[in-house]
Ligand binder design. Structure first.
Ligand code: ZN
Length: 90
């Protein structure tokens, strides 16, 4: 089945078909496992959001001290007391 056929099939689904699919999913996973499944999905979404946030901020460890006030160098060591570039106290 190609993507267009899958789309056409999905588009032709009415409410009774959706209810039937939901019922089959319930049978497959078991009602007791659904909260677990939802939790796993929530976790995945949370991880995804966290990664999006990390990506937006440049990725990797966030700088504990922003840029050096004197020379503007990014101080990446969170324990640094002085700028490694110019020695300015942070
Ligand atoms: Zn500096």
């Amino acid at each position: 089945m190609n993507a267009m056929q899958a789309l056409a099939l999905f588009g032709s689904l009415g409410t009774p078909e959706l209810v039937l699919i939901l019922f089959i999913v319930l049978l497959l996973f078991g009602a007791a496992k659904l909260p677990q499944l939802g939790g796993a999905m929530g976790k995945t979404i949370r991880n995804f959001k966290q990664e999006m946030k990390d990506g937006a901020s440049g990725g990797g460890q966030p700088a504990a001290h922003g840029p050096c006030p004197k020379c503007g160098a990014q101080v990446t060591d969170p324990d640094a007391s002085f700028c490694p570039q110019c020695g300015q106290k942070l």
